[in-house]
Design a protein around this ligand. Structure first.
Ligand SMILES: Nc1nc(=O)c2c([nH]1)NC[C@@H]1CN(c3ccc(C(=O)N[C@@H](CCC(=O)O)C(=O)O)cc3)CN21
Ligand SMILES: O=c1ccn([C@H]2C[C@H](O)[C@@H](COP(=O)(O)O)O2)c(=O)[nH]1
Length: 283
């Protein structure tokens, strides 16, 4: 939590204004942020200086792991975050590759589970990594990447947290996640939770202890219409201690994640927070 607030304060103090063509809203921006989450000691990185909707963030991650390509699928599992990018962005609405209402195209999980090979077959990156880790193998390339520049025009948004690298040291599993662009008031709140849960979950289903999750961000920004709420409300609040996350121990395989796991298999205890802040969202 402290590192989150320090990043917010750094943007407020040192950020530079950058015009953004895609949304039309300029952003106060810094380059390079390194965050880390202590999964081994279950320090769940949930924001406490406002209410955090962690179940929606976990549902979004589950949708990525399942290879979803429709905002309707995300809604069904309790996450509304893709409605706007699928249905309200003019560039995507006018893109001939959009297949209708709620279509997100070839983004995130589609690339993670079904990367298109030149011969027409597909590659399931996630299965490869899980199988190797289950067998104690780290080939120094246990990487899942959603970033496929050759298919950007086939999706509604380029992935933001785009690459996850897993590493084994003895029986401890680590995660390094890379993010190219980060909406700190809204997106980061979700992305921190997702890094933590991704490591905890993959450690659980591959039979390893979880170590740390390292989160590396290139462009971290606050949109102009979010700045006042961040500077004058959220940053004025004192954080509470981190809560703890409990994951249903019955989750034992990738198939479980694909078939029956829901956001209610994740429970937080000891969460104390300040009241909700509704940050504006730029599409
Ligand atoms: N401008 C922008 N910022 C983002 O963070 C973002 C995008 N676009 N587009 C793709 C995804 C969608 N993400 C989102 C979208 C909405 C919320 C959001 O509205 N969060 C609210 C309420 C969540 C809820 O009620 O479930 C919040 O207060 O955290 C968060 C992340 C993250 N990404
Ligand atoms: O997981 C996510 C997804 C998206 N974001 C934010 C980062 C940016 O503010 C926008 C994407 O806009 P681009 O113009 O494509 O960079 O969404 C996030 O923080 N986390």
């Amino acid at each position: 939590m402290k590192q989150y607030l320090e990043l917010c304060q750094r943007i407020v103090d040192e950020g530079q204004w950058v015009e953004n063509k895609r949304t039309g809203t300029r952003c106060l921006t810094v380059i390079n942020a390194d965050l880390e989450y202590d999964v081994a000691n279950n320090q769940f990185p949930m924001i406490t200086t406002r209410k955090s909707y962690y179940k929606a963030a976990i549902a979004e991650l589950l949708g990525y792991l399942r290879g979803y390509d429709s905002a309707a699928q995300f809604r069904e599992i309790g996450c509304k975050t893709w409605d706007a990018n699928a249905n309200d962005n003019n560039a995507w609405l006018n893109n001939p590759n959009r297949k209708g209402e709620d279509d997100m195209g070839r983004v995130y999980g589609v690339q993670g589970r079904g990367w298109q090979r030149p011969d027409g077959s597909t590659l399931d990156q996630l299965s490869k990594v899980i199988n190797n880790l289950k067998n104690g193998i780290d080939d120094r390339g246990e990487i899942i990447t959603f970033y496929n520049p050759g298919e950007f025009e086939l999706g509604c948004l380029r992935p933001c947290m785009h690459t996850h690298t897993f590493s084994l040291l003895g029986d401890t599993l680590y995660l390094t996640s890379y993010q190219r662009s980060c909406d700190v008031p809204l997106g980061l709140n979700f992305n921190q939770i997702q890094c933590f849960v991704l490591l905890a979950l993959v450690a659980q289903i591959t039979g390893h202890k979880a170590g740390k999750a390292y989160h590396k961000i290139a462009n971290a920004h606050i949109y102009e219409n979010q700045l006042e709420l961040m500077r004058d409300v959220q940053l004025k609040r004192e954080p509470f201690d981190s809560p703890q996350l409990k994951i249903n121990p019955e989750i034992k395989s990738l198939e479980d994640i694909e078939t029956w796991v829901t956001r209610d298999d994740f429970e937080v205890t000891g969460y104390q927070c300040h009241e909700a802040i509704q940050y504006p969202f730029s599409v």
